[in-house]
Design a protein around this ligand. Structure first.
Ligand SMILES: *[C@@H]1O[C@H](CO)[C@@H](O)[C@H](O)[C@H]1NC(C)=O
Ligand SMILES: *[C@@H]1O[C@H](CO)[C@@H](O)[C@H](O)[C@H]1NC(C)=O
Ligand SMILES: *[C@@H]1O[C@H](CO)[C@@H](O)[C@H](O)[C@H]1NC(C)=O
Length: 382
């Protein structure tokens, strides 16, 4: 979710430029400076009328364009026209979140007997990797095949020992790949180089199947393959109690396809004015005998107005379902203004604050171990 304070960006950008000794030349000039691996650019993957754009600023997914049932092309993720606006932005549009997505209570944890302190960028908590998490750094483009049968782009980031307070160096890769028909995969891995560290990567696209600028997504139908969620101690700070609770009989129940608007209205009514919308971690259901790390269905979303549908599969314990409660008056692509409920996020990941909850699946990655996280989006329109 998007409660981080604005970065105060010009100074942040300037500091970053100095740090890496390269500055933005603008998207147009990226090719000219291809010799520089730290150059920030925008890269397209295309299969006919299905295409995406990715920038190595934050390994960010800038656009996903596909037809609707009438054959009209639309861009179904919120974002900005220029990379500079992503640098300035605070909503994490399309970003690759790490080293640890979601909240860490009190911005602290203890690992192997040693206490670590992180940035408090969400009240007293750490959110989405800190002030400058993986969505606010320049990644290296390792490979890029823009067309053909399975276009892909692989991005790499080396996170140093102590970055944003986290222990040990970490090597991180993400690959975006298109497949026929209208499939998009996001595959991540990370290896700890020197010390054990928590790792919880998440992809933070804001989806609006009606089109990024089409207004609230309350008319969409949502199904979540999750029978349980992780209740929070306090809806203001969103730190889990450590328990798992059934969704049955609550407004969190999306086991059967449900109209988002009606379910949300029920949530707000029961929330007594304190809850603004969904910002909830669900425990994704696992079939009996199946591995927790196997790819399985997470969510389906339908938009009746355009006929577009999206199915998400992933291999993570949880999914943070967020209805853009914190968006308001954000000026995005093509002059569109994004407001509350203007999109929904389905951020597959480990459970929030797992590093402080021994009952939750562990997010600790030790040297020699590999963290993996695969997401597969299947789009259709009929
Ligand atoms: C930077 O973001 C703030 C909101 O966080 C916005 O008000 C401002 O217009 C943005 N500036 C630029 C140059 O995009
Ligand atoms: C941060 O913690 C302090 C001390 O426990 C508390 O007084 C304060 O209200 C907390 N702030 C927020 C924003 O939760
Ligand atoms: C991580 O992904 C990259 C890019 O696909 C790949 O080259 C590398 O072998 C992967 N690392 C591990 C340990 O799986």
């Amino acid at each position: 979710m998007a409660r981080a304070p604005p970065l105060h960006q010009l100074s942040a950008l300037l500091a970053l430029c100095l740090a890496v000794a390269v500055c933005f030349s603008g998207v147009e000039n990226a090719a000219a400076a291809a010799g520089s691996r730290k150059m920030v650019g925008v890269h397209e993957l295309r299969m006919g009328d299905f295409s995406i754009k990715v920038t190595n600023w934050g390994a960010t997914l800038m656009s996903v364009i596909l037809p609707d049932s009438k054959g009209n092309l639309g861009d179904v993720v919120l974002g900005y026209d220029t990379v500079a606006e992503y640098v300035n932005g605070s909503a994490y549009f399309g970003g690759l979140i790490g080293r640890v997505a979601n909240r860490i209570a009190g911005a602290r944890f203890v690992l192997d007997g040693k206490a670590y302190r992180l940035y408090r960028n969400d009240g007293n908590n750490s959110l989405h990797g800190g002030h400058r998490g993986f969505s606010k750094v320049i990644w290296t483009v390792k490979e890029h095949v823009g067309g053909g049968d399975s276009p892909y782009i692989t991005l790499y980031y080396h996170s140093f020992d102590g970055e944003q307070g986290f222990p040990g160096a970490l090597d991180v890769y993400v690959t975006y790949q298109l497949s026929s028909p209208y499939g998009l995969s996001v595959r991540m891995n990370a290896t700890a180089q020197s010390k054990a560290t928590p790792v919880n990567l998440a992809h933070h696209a804001y989806w609006n199947l009606g089109g990024h600028g089409s207004g609230p997504v309350l008319g969409e139908t949502v199904q979540l393959f999750a029978s349980r969620y992780t209740p929070v101690a306090d809806v203001a700070t969103l730190i889990p109690t450590g328990a798992l609770a059934p969704v049955a009989g609550t407004p969190y129940d999306f086991r059967a396809p449900a109209p988002l608007g009606a379910r949300l209205a029920d949530l707000l009514r029961r929330g007594g004015g304190v809850i603004a919308g969904y910002d909830t971690n669900y425990a994704v259901d696992v079939d009996d005998g199946a591995a927790l790390t196997a790819l399985r269905p997470v969510a389906r979303v339908w938009d009746g107005a355009t006929g577009r549908a999206m199915e998400l599969w992933a291999d993570q314990p949880g999914v943070q379902f967020y209805t853009s409660n914190g968006l308001g008056g954000v000026r995005g692509k093509g002059g569109s203004v994004y407001g509350r409920y203007g999109a929904l996020c389905l951020e597959t990941q480990g459970f929030p604050d797992a590093v402080n909850h021994p009952s939750f699946p562990s997010q600790i990655v030790r040297p020699g171990q590999v963290y993996k996280h695969d997401m597969v989006f299947k789009f259709s329109f009929a």
